[in-house]
Each structure stands twice: as structure tokens, then as C-alpha cells.
Ligand binder design. Structure first.
Ligand code: ATP
Length: 216
């Protein structure tokens, strides 16, 4: 397995880049998608969240009311800490399980992790950062995602800065242009990734998380 970390700010174009890399044959392990799967209606993690934050975060079908949970988490630092303590290890475990499935293959495996600069991973063969000016991210989030401008700006402000992210980059994709310019850059990143030496055995676990390599 050649293990690549892919990151970028909210709305920078990580999912778009992931889809283009998948077309080349990359295996994508997407932290946000896994988080959503683990929080699907009826998922065991929701019971744990409801025990900590109250049954009102669930609708009558047992689905998560994301706005309710976000309201609690973003107004109380202790609640946010607890939320992270519940969700992050579950997501990390599932990402680890998916990596284990392909660890002994020659595949290029892309870990799509929005907060990679904030939460580094061990042993990545390389890191790709998708970079856009804040105004471009905001305009895409408002135009294509229906997000309010204030909301987009406040979410961006809570993440690492562009500069902090660029510091961990081996390859930078500038996604301020159109989709065909993006696609050309992704082709070059694929060619770079495919020739990297394979990852060492415990690659991909979180730095400082010794339990992450314990598969029991
Ligand atoms: P998030 O952090 O919210 O998961 P993301 O980094 O995965 O976002 P995308 O979902 O890939 O970002 O892109 C955000 C929006 O911008 C999407 O609607 C996507 O289709 C659009 N987009 C991405 N790149 C471009 C581009 N070069 N030109 C125009 N639109 C783009």
C-alpha cells in the first residue's frame, strides 16, 4: 500500500480530488463519509451520543439531528471535547479497519482527512494539500452547498489556516481554477503518488495514539 494523506480546508475540493484519484484506481478512505456512516439512523454510536447529549438530538426515526448536536457542541467547549472523544476513536477504528484490508496490496490508498494538519498521522508516504483562497471556498460553499456566508466563514476560521496546512504538504493542488485545470493537476499527483515507496507497517495511525496499532 502506498498511503497518501489528502487534506484541505472546508470547500477546498477534497471530495472532487478524491473522485478524480479514484478514477485512476486509488482506494479512498474518507473520514467525513465514515463519520456520516457511523451516525446513520440506528447506528450504535448514536445511542452513545444520545446518552451524553440528550435524546433530543435524535428525531422520531432515530436519526441524528445534526443542527441540534452542532448547537450544543459549538456553544460549550466541554461538550465539543466529549463529542470528539466519542466520535474520533470510532472513526479512527473504522479507517484503520479499511486500511488493514488493503495494507498488503500495491494500491494507492488515499486518506481524505479534513483536519490532518490538526491531527497528524504516522508514516504517510506523502501529503497532498488542496488549497484555495478563503473567498473561493466561501463562494463555492454558498453557491453549491447552500451554506450561509457567515457560517462558511466561521467554520473556516475554526480550522487550521492555509499556511499551517501548506507546511505539511508534499504536493499542493491549487484549486482556484476550473475543473479541467484541477484534473490536470490530479493527473500529475497520481503519477507522483504511484512511484512512492510503500508504507511501513503501522502507517496511518494517529500520531501519539499508541492504541491505534492494537487491532484487538
Ligand atoms: P468539505 O470540506 O465540505 O467536505 P471539500 O473540500 O470536499 O468540501 P468539494 O465538495 O470537493 O470540497 O468541493 C466544494 C464544492 O465546490 C463542490 O460543490 C464542488 O463540486 C465544487 N468545486 C470543487 N472544485 C471546483 C472547481 N475547480 N471549480 C468549480 N467548482 C468546484
Amino acid at each position: 500500500m502506498i498511503l497518501i494523506g489528502l487534506t484541505g480546508g472546508i470547500g477546498s475540493g477534497k471530495s472532487t480530488v478524491s473522485s478524480l484519484l479514484a478514477k485512476h484506481g486509488a482506494v479512498i478512505i474518507d473520514a467525513d463519509a465514515i463519520t456520516r456512516e457511523l451516525q446513520a439512523p440506528g447506528a450504535p454510536l448514536l445511542t452513545v451520543l444520545a446518552e451524553r447529549f440528550g435524546a433530543h438530538i435524535l428525531d422520531t426515526e432515530g436519526g441524528l439531528i445534526r443542527e441540534e448536536l452542532a448547537k450544543i457542541a459549538f456553544s460549550d467547549p466541554d461538550a465539543l471535547k466529549d463529542l470528539n472523544k466519542i466520535v474520533h476513536p470510532a472513526v479512527a477504528k473504522e479507517m484503520d479497519r479499511r486500511m488493514t484490508e488493503v495494507r498488503d496490496t500495491d494500491k494507492v490508498v488515499v486518506l481524505d482527512i479534513p483536519l490532518l494538519a490538526e491531527n497528524p498521522r504516522k508514516g504517510l508516504c506523502g501529503v497532498v494539500v488542496v488549497d484555495v483562497p478563503v473567498d473561493v471556498a466561501v463562494s463555492r460553499l454558498t453557491e453549491f452547498r447552500g451554506m450561509k456566508e457567515d457560517d462558511a466563514r466561521s467554520r473556516i476560521a475554526k480550522q487550521a489556516s492555509r499556511e499551517e496546512r501548506l507546511k505539511i504538504a508534499d504536493q499542493v493542488i491549487d484549486n482556484s481554477g476550473d475543473l479541467s485545470t484541477l484534473s490536470t493537476q490530479v493527473d500529475a499527483v497520481w503519477a507522483w503518488a504511484a512511484q512512492l515507496p510503500p508504507a511501513v507497517h503501522d502507517a496511518g495511525s494517529r500520531e501519539g495514539d499508541e492504541s491505534a496499532t492494537d487491532k484487538s
